[in-house]
Design a protein around this ligand. Structure first.
Ligand code: ADP
Length: 297
Protein backbone atom coordinates (compact mmCIF):
# COMPACT_ATOMS: atom_id res chain seq x y z
CA UNK A 1 0.00 0.00 0.00
CA UNK A 2 1.20 3.49 -0.80
CA UNK A 3 2.29 5.86 1.95
CA UNK A 4 0.15 8.99 2.01
CA UNK A 5 1.73 12.10 3.44
CA UNK A 6 -0.83 14.44 4.87
CA UNK A 7 -0.23 17.98 6.11
CA UNK A 8 -0.04 18.24 9.89
CA UNK A 9 1.58 14.82 10.33
CA UNK A 10 5.14 16.03 9.82
CA UNK A 11 6.04 15.71 13.51
CA UNK A 12 5.04 12.10 13.50
CA UNK A 13 6.93 11.56 10.23
CA UNK A 14 10.06 13.02 11.75
CA UNK A 15 9.62 10.93 14.89
CA UNK A 16 9.11 7.85 12.76
CA UNK A 17 12.29 8.48 10.77
CA UNK A 18 14.27 9.17 13.93
CA UNK A 19 13.14 5.93 15.51
CA UNK A 20 13.67 3.90 12.38
CA UNK A 21 17.21 5.26 12.22
CA UNK A 22 17.83 4.53 15.87
CA UNK A 23 16.42 1.03 15.44
CA UNK A 24 18.83 0.43 12.58
CA UNK A 25 21.98 1.85 14.08
CA UNK A 26 21.70 1.81 17.85
CA UNK A 27 20.61 -1.73 18.48
CA UNK A 28 23.16 -4.50 18.63
CA UNK A 29 20.18 -6.87 18.85
CA UNK A 30 18.71 -5.83 15.50
CA UNK A 31 19.78 -9.10 13.83
CA UNK A 32 18.14 -11.12 16.56
CA UNK A 33 14.93 -9.09 16.26
CA UNK A 34 14.93 -9.53 12.48
CA UNK A 35 15.46 -13.28 12.83
CA UNK A 36 12.66 -13.60 15.37
CA UNK A 37 10.25 -11.59 13.21
CA UNK A 38 11.22 -13.53 10.07
CA UNK A 39 9.83 -16.70 11.69
CA UNK A 40 6.37 -15.16 11.93
CA UNK A 41 4.14 -15.63 8.90
CA UNK A 42 2.00 -12.55 9.45
CA UNK A 43 1.76 -9.91 12.15
CA UNK A 44 -1.74 -8.64 12.83
CA UNK A 45 -1.85 -5.35 14.71
CA UNK A 46 -5.25 -4.92 16.38
CA UNK A 47 -6.04 -1.21 16.64
CA UNK A 48 -8.91 1.02 17.61
CA UNK A 49 -9.42 4.74 17.51
CA UNK A 50 -10.62 4.87 21.12
CA UNK A 51 -10.68 2.77 24.28
CA UNK A 52 -13.62 0.66 25.36
CA UNK A 53 -14.72 -0.59 21.94
CA UNK A 54 -13.56 -4.12 22.75
CA UNK A 55 -10.15 -4.10 21.03
CA UNK A 56 -8.48 -6.38 23.62
CA UNK A 57 -11.52 -8.66 23.71
CA UNK A 58 -11.40 -8.95 19.93
CA UNK A 59 -7.60 -9.50 19.92
CA UNK A 60 -7.81 -12.29 22.50
CA UNK A 61 -10.78 -14.06 20.95
CA UNK A 62 -9.38 -13.77 17.42
CA UNK A 63 -6.08 -15.26 18.55
CA UNK A 64 -7.97 -18.20 20.05
CA UNK A 65 -10.19 -18.50 16.96
CA UNK A 66 -7.10 -18.60 14.71
CA UNK A 67 -5.60 -21.33 16.89
CA UNK A 68 -8.89 -23.26 16.76
CA UNK A 69 -8.68 -22.97 12.96
CA UNK A 70 -5.38 -24.89 13.17
CA UNK A 71 -2.96 -21.97 13.00
CA UNK A 72 0.06 -21.55 15.25
CA UNK A 73 -0.56 -18.25 16.97
CA UNK A 74 1.12 -15.79 19.32
CA UNK A 75 -0.86 -13.16 21.23
CA UNK A 76 1.25 -10.18 22.25
CA UNK A 77 0.05 -7.37 24.48
CA UNK A 78 1.98 -4.10 24.14
CA UNK A 79 -0.55 -1.96 25.97
CA UNK A 80 1.84 -0.37 28.44
CA UNK A 81 -0.79 1.76 30.18
CA UNK A 82 -3.76 -0.56 30.34
CA UNK A 83 -2.82 -4.17 29.63
CA UNK A 84 -5.94 -6.37 29.52
CA UNK A 85 -4.68 -9.60 27.97
CA UNK A 86 -3.33 -11.21 31.18
CA UNK A 87 -6.72 -10.70 32.87
CA UNK A 88 -8.72 -11.82 29.83
CA UNK A 89 -6.68 -15.00 29.49
CA UNK A 90 -6.38 -15.67 33.23
CA UNK A 91 -2.56 -15.39 33.21
CA UNK A 92 -0.08 -13.95 35.69
CA UNK A 93 3.54 -12.84 35.54
CA UNK A 94 4.66 -15.53 37.98
CA UNK A 95 4.60 -18.19 35.27
CA UNK A 96 6.97 -16.42 32.86
CA UNK A 97 10.45 -17.96 32.52
CA UNK A 98 13.49 -17.48 30.29
CA UNK A 99 15.88 -20.00 28.80
CA UNK A 100 19.01 -19.78 26.59
CA UNK A 101 16.90 -18.72 23.63
CA UNK A 102 15.08 -15.88 25.37
CA UNK A 103 11.81 -15.28 27.19
CA UNK A 104 9.40 -18.18 26.83
CA UNK A 105 5.82 -17.12 26.04
CA UNK A 106 3.06 -18.77 28.08
CA UNK A 107 1.42 -21.68 26.28
CA UNK A 108 -2.37 -21.65 26.28
CA UNK A 109 -3.53 -24.81 24.60
CA UNK A 110 -1.47 -26.59 21.94
CA UNK A 111 -0.86 -23.86 19.39
CA UNK A 112 -1.44 -20.56 21.18
CA UNK A 113 1.27 -18.66 23.05
CA UNK A 114 0.66 -15.45 24.99
CA UNK A 115 2.82 -12.72 26.47
CA UNK A 116 2.17 -9.24 27.86
CA UNK A 117 4.67 -6.42 28.18
CA UNK A 118 2.98 -5.74 31.53
CA UNK A 119 4.82 -8.74 32.98
CA UNK A 120 8.12 -6.90 32.48
CA UNK A 121 7.30 -3.37 33.49
CA UNK A 122 8.75 -2.13 36.78
CA UNK A 123 5.36 -0.76 37.80
CA UNK A 124 2.25 0.74 36.24
CA UNK A 125 3.17 4.06 37.77
CA UNK A 126 6.56 4.18 36.00
CA UNK A 127 5.05 3.32 32.63
CA UNK A 128 2.47 6.07 32.85
CA UNK A 129 5.15 8.77 32.72
CA UNK A 130 7.24 7.17 29.96
CA UNK A 131 7.87 9.34 26.95
CA UNK A 132 7.80 8.10 23.36
CA UNK A 133 11.45 6.99 23.00
CA UNK A 134 11.28 5.01 26.26
CA UNK A 135 8.18 3.21 25.04
CA UNK A 136 9.84 2.52 21.70
CA UNK A 137 12.92 1.09 23.41
CA UNK A 138 10.84 -1.02 25.81
CA UNK A 139 8.81 -2.46 22.94
CA UNK A 140 11.94 -3.09 20.88
CA UNK A 141 13.62 -4.83 23.80
CA UNK A 142 10.52 -6.89 24.46
CA UNK A 143 10.16 -7.94 20.80
CA UNK A 144 13.85 -8.84 20.69
CA UNK A 145 13.84 -10.87 23.89
CA UNK A 146 10.78 -13.02 23.37
CA UNK A 147 11.33 -16.29 21.58
CA UNK A 148 8.02 -17.02 19.85
CA UNK A 149 9.51 -19.67 17.59
CA UNK A 150 7.77 -20.25 14.26
CA UNK A 151 4.25 -18.81 14.12
CA UNK A 152 1.62 -18.47 11.43
CA UNK A 153 0.24 -15.33 13.07
CA UNK A 154 1.29 -12.93 15.79
CA UNK A 155 -1.78 -11.01 17.00
CA UNK A 156 -0.71 -7.77 18.67
CA UNK A 157 -2.97 -5.85 21.03
CA UNK A 158 -1.84 -2.21 20.87
CA UNK A 159 -3.28 0.61 22.99
CA UNK A 160 -6.08 2.66 21.43
CA UNK A 161 -5.24 5.56 19.16
CA UNK A 162 -2.31 6.24 16.89
CA UNK A 163 0.41 6.97 19.45
CA UNK A 164 3.86 5.65 20.21
CA UNK A 165 2.99 1.99 20.79
CA UNK A 166 1.27 1.18 17.47
CA UNK A 167 3.88 3.31 15.69
CA UNK A 168 6.71 1.37 17.38
CA UNK A 169 5.12 -1.96 16.54
CA UNK A 170 4.52 -0.96 12.92
CA UNK A 171 8.18 0.03 12.57
CA UNK A 172 9.75 -2.85 14.48
CA UNK A 173 7.90 -5.97 13.41
CA UNK A 174 8.58 -5.64 9.69
CA UNK A 175 6.55 -7.18 6.92
CA UNK A 176 4.36 -9.03 6.25
CA UNK A 177 2.05 -7.23 8.61
CA UNK A 178 -1.37 -5.65 8.57
CA UNK A 179 -3.88 -3.90 10.79
CA UNK A 180 -7.27 -5.03 12.04
CA UNK A 181 -9.36 -2.02 13.00
CA UNK A 182 -11.98 -2.49 15.70
CA UNK A 183 -14.92 -0.14 15.99
CA UNK A 184 -18.43 -0.05 17.35
CA UNK A 185 -21.24 0.91 14.95
CA UNK A 186 -21.54 4.32 16.59
CA UNK A 187 -20.59 7.35 14.48
CA UNK A 188 -18.32 8.64 17.24
CA UNK A 189 -16.16 5.49 17.21
CA UNK A 190 -16.24 5.28 13.45
CA UNK A 191 -14.74 8.77 13.16
CA UNK A 192 -11.78 7.59 15.26
CA UNK A 193 -11.21 4.60 13.01
CA UNK A 194 -10.93 6.94 10.06
CA UNK A 195 -7.84 8.36 11.79
CA UNK A 196 -6.48 4.83 12.28
CA UNK A 197 -6.88 4.15 8.55
CA UNK A 198 -4.96 7.37 7.81
CA UNK A 199 -2.25 6.29 10.30
CA UNK A 200 -1.90 2.90 8.60
CA UNK A 201 -1.57 4.50 5.20
CA UNK A 202 1.04 6.86 6.55
CA UNK A 203 3.23 4.12 8.06
CA UNK A 204 2.67 1.82 5.07
CA UNK A 205 0.78 -0.80 7.10
CA UNK A 206 -1.91 -2.51 5.01
CA UNK A 207 -5.39 -2.51 6.56
CA UNK A 208 -6.57 -6.11 6.54
CA UNK A 209 -10.08 -5.01 7.44
CA UNK A 210 -12.57 -3.58 9.88
CA UNK A 211 -14.32 -5.52 12.64
CA UNK A 212 -17.47 -4.04 14.08
CA UNK A 213 -17.86 -5.01 17.73
CA UNK A 214 -20.86 -4.53 20.04
CA UNK A 215 -23.01 -4.82 16.98
CA UNK A 216 -26.55 -5.46 18.23
CA UNK A 217 -27.87 -7.29 21.27
CA UNK A 218 -30.42 -10.09 21.31
CA UNK A 219 -33.05 -9.40 23.98
CA UNK A 220 -32.99 -12.34 26.41
CA UNK A 221 -36.75 -11.94 26.97
CA UNK A 222 -38.31 -11.54 23.54
CA UNK A 223 -35.42 -12.59 21.25
CA UNK A 224 -35.69 -9.28 19.37
CA UNK A 225 -32.62 -7.33 18.27
CA UNK A 226 -31.61 -4.12 20.03
CA UNK A 227 -29.11 -1.91 18.17
CA UNK A 228 -27.62 -0.31 21.26
CA UNK A 229 -24.82 1.47 19.37
CA UNK A 230 -26.78 1.91 16.13
CA UNK A 231 -26.03 -0.22 13.11
CA UNK A 232 -24.01 -0.25 9.90
CA UNK A 233 -21.21 2.11 10.97
CA UNK A 234 -18.43 -0.37 10.20
CA UNK A 235 -19.86 -1.29 6.82
CA UNK A 236 -20.28 2.37 5.85
CA UNK A 237 -16.71 3.13 6.89
CA UNK A 238 -15.34 0.09 5.03
CA UNK A 239 -17.01 1.34 1.85
CA UNK A 240 -15.91 4.93 2.40
CA UNK A 241 -12.27 3.99 3.07
CA UNK A 242 -12.19 1.18 0.54
CA UNK A 243 -11.17 -1.47 3.10
CA UNK A 244 -12.68 -4.86 3.78
CA UNK A 245 -15.46 -5.39 6.35
CA UNK A 246 -14.46 -8.60 8.12
CA UNK A 247 -17.53 -9.08 10.27
CA UNK A 248 -19.73 -7.91 13.12
CA UNK A 249 -19.51 -9.26 16.66
CA UNK A 250 -22.76 -8.91 18.63
CA UNK A 251 -22.98 -7.80 22.24
CA UNK A 252 -23.14 -10.68 24.69
CA UNK A 253 -23.16 -10.01 28.46
CA UNK A 254 -21.29 -13.31 28.93
CA UNK A 255 -18.24 -11.68 27.27
CA UNK A 256 -18.07 -9.38 30.30
CA UNK A 257 -18.43 -12.16 32.87
CA UNK A 258 -15.82 -14.27 31.07
CA UNK A 259 -13.41 -11.32 31.00
CA UNK A 260 -13.83 -10.78 34.73
CA UNK A 261 -13.19 -14.42 35.53
CA UNK A 262 -10.24 -14.85 33.11
CA UNK A 263 -12.01 -17.50 31.03
CA UNK A 264 -11.66 -17.02 27.26
CA UNK A 265 -15.21 -16.45 25.99
CA UNK A 266 -14.83 -18.25 22.68
CA UNK A 267 -13.67 -21.42 24.49
CA UNK A 268 -16.49 -21.31 27.00
CA UNK A 269 -19.34 -20.41 24.61
CA UNK A 270 -18.16 -21.85 21.31
CA UNK A 271 -21.70 -22.18 19.94
CA UNK A 272 -22.80 -18.60 20.69
CA UNK A 273 -23.49 -16.14 17.84
CA UNK A 274 -20.54 -13.97 18.93
CA UNK A 275 -18.14 -16.96 18.93
CA UNK A 276 -19.41 -17.95 15.49
CA UNK A 277 -18.89 -14.38 14.33
CA UNK A 278 -15.26 -14.53 15.53
CA UNK A 279 -14.75 -17.74 13.56
CA UNK A 280 -16.23 -16.09 10.48
CA UNK A 281 -13.84 -13.14 10.83
CA UNK A 282 -10.95 -15.60 11.08
CA UNK A 283 -12.09 -17.37 7.92
CA UNK A 284 -12.10 -14.06 6.09
CA UNK A 285 -8.64 -13.19 7.43
CA UNK A 286 -7.12 -16.53 6.45
CA UNK A 287 -8.80 -16.36 3.04
CA UNK A 288 -7.22 -12.96 2.47
CA UNK A 289 -3.78 -13.82 3.83
CA UNK A 290 -2.07 -17.13 3.33
CA UNK A 291 1.10 -17.19 5.47
CA UNK A 292 3.84 -19.65 4.66
CA UNK A 293 4.00 -22.85 6.70
CA UNK A 294 6.02 -22.23 9.90
CA UNK A 295 8.09 -25.33 9.20
CA UNK A 296 9.57 -23.52 6.19
CA UNK A 297 10.92 -20.71 8.29
P1 ADP B 1 -10.71 -1.95 24.70
O1 ADP B 1 -9.54 -2.91 24.58
O2 ADP B 1 -11.14 -1.40 23.38
O3 ADP B 1 -10.51 -0.88 25.72
P2 ADP B 1 -12.08 -4.13 26.05
O4 ADP B 1 -11.76 -5.30 25.21
O5 ADP B 1 -11.32 -3.96 27.34
O6 ADP B 1 -11.97 -2.79 25.19
O7 ADP B 1 -13.64 -4.14 26.29
C1 ADP B 1 -14.29 -3.12 27.06
C2 ADP B 1 -15.43 -3.76 27.82
O8 ADP B 1 -16.44 -4.19 26.92
C3 ADP B 1 -15.02 -4.97 28.62
O9 ADP B 1 -15.76 -4.98 29.81
C4 ADP B 1 -15.43 -6.15 27.73
O10 ADP B 1 -15.70 -7.32 28.48
C5 ADP B 1 -16.69 -5.59 27.09
N1 ADP B 1 -16.97 -6.14 25.75
C6 ADP B 1 -16.17 -6.13 24.67
N2 ADP B 1 -16.80 -6.65 23.61
C7 ADP B 1 -18.04 -7.03 24.01
C8 ADP B 1 -19.17 -7.64 23.39
N3 ADP B 1 -19.16 -7.98 22.08
N4 ADP B 1 -20.26 -7.89 24.16
C9 ADP B 1 -20.29 -7.54 25.46
N5 ADP B 1 -19.27 -6.95 26.10
C10 ADP B 1 -18.15 -6.69 25.40
Amino acid sequence: MKTHCTPGRTDQDAKARERAASAEHASPDQDLLDRRMARIGYKLLVMSGKGGVGKSTVAANLAIALSLAGKTVGLLDVDIHGPSIPKLMGLDAGRVVSDDEGVVPLEVGGNLKVLSIAFFLPSDRDAVIWRGPMKFNAIRQFLTDVNWGPLDFLVIDAPPGTGDEPLSVAQLTGKPAGALLVTTPQALAVADVRRSVAFCRQVDLPVVGIIENMSGLTCPHCGGRIDLFKTGGGQGLAEEMNVRMLGSIPLDPRIVTCADSGVPYIHRFAESPAAQAFMQVVNRITETLAPAEPSHR
